[in-house]
Design a protein around this ligand. Sequence first.
Ligand SMILES: O=C(O)CCC(=O)C(=O)O
Ligand SMILES: [Fe+2]
Length: 435
Amino acid sequence: MVEGIDIQKLAAQAKAGDADAQYKMAAYLSGEGQKDAAIKMLRQAATAGHLDARFTLSNFMLSGHMVDRDVSHAVQVLAQAAAKDHEASMRLLSVLKAMGHGCDADWPAAVALLVTGARKGHMLALAELALLRELYGFEDDLNTALLLAAATRGNIIAAMQLVSRHLKGDGTIEAGLAKQWTMQGRQLGHPLAGNLLVRFEGATAAALPEPTELPKIPEDILSDLATAPEALARPQAKVELDRPHVETVPGLIGPSLCEHIIASSAPSLAPARVVDPNSGELRADPYRHSYNMTFWPADLDLVLHAIGARMCAAAGVAPDHGEMLSVLYYQPGMYYGPHYDCLVPGADGQNAELERSGQRPKTVLIYLNDGYEGGSTSFVRAGFAHKGGVGDAIVFQNVLADGEIDEQSLHESTPVTAGVKWIASKWIREKSYQF
Ligand SMILES: O=C(O)CCC(=O)C(=O)O
Ligand SMILES: [Fe+2]
């Protein structure tokens, strides 16, 4: 008996073919450490058409957790659940189609899934469609309506986007609602909410509104977003330094997209770890004193994928050459000591990596916020330091023309002395990134 669930009864229902009971039984067995029995149950539920079971199973197949890794099978199972409008499956399938992970890359199909989700009122799809349109340069009432529809359906990321807009004076929501959403955001751990509450001191928190009517999403929305993000025009880059080769790209993404990265990464931030060059294992390293996280495919959404593709475009490579998007977060006193981003041949853990996807010739960073002191990206040998504004990118080269490590690329993040620093980072590989 666990917390009011009669396991005997659940087991009998599962045995009699009740897919929901099989799904719950799988969770119970997994909690009891009975992995094989749990997976058997989960597969039964999935075969019987249980949508959450299909989603869970495909996640396991994607990561290799609990079952053998089988990415193309994961895509097939997800597609079955997505065809039945399963929200999480549609969302993950759209990312995999955009990435071409386990299937052929098909950006228009990925966007079509997002649009279908939004039309069905899926709250994450509503918000993500608004942000994707913004990335594509569409900033209009439809985006506001999409965010409102998402926020009033309970999506705190969308609600906080509207709060930021309110603070910039866009007039969409009243101060009372902005205060209410900010309080809710703080409760739910939205990283930007805490600091904003002081801005609403005089206001009385309003009641939460009813879900707004779904906005009408026109047919041509698909053609507006048909170009793959990596093929969008690249903002002008400026060469800052020859050695190491450093370029800056002002405004690679807008502030709302920076906020989206921050909000999406926050729940998974953990003290940064480094790869031990000898063992290949991850370990804590006092040298790298920050919080970080990496978005694996199952953590991504179409907006984050598109941002990653933009970062690759800024480095002049196809999106499959980028490692997964990472986020670093520094509080006062935190830093990232001088290091090279490129892999070190000969070090045990890194030879296999070099073999698989080649060297890391470039790094792309996006500065996600401002208002902090310290925290510049500093090339310690070259004597060059840089700190971009919100949404600005820096692209630098870690190797010389002959592929050897450029010792001038040694860099650090200097300690943050006041406020907090958020940065998105993508390491670029020589070959397609295999993970
Ligand atoms: O935070 C920074 O400015 C540097 C980050 C960095 O060096 C990296 O992500 O490799
Ligand atoms: Fe670095």
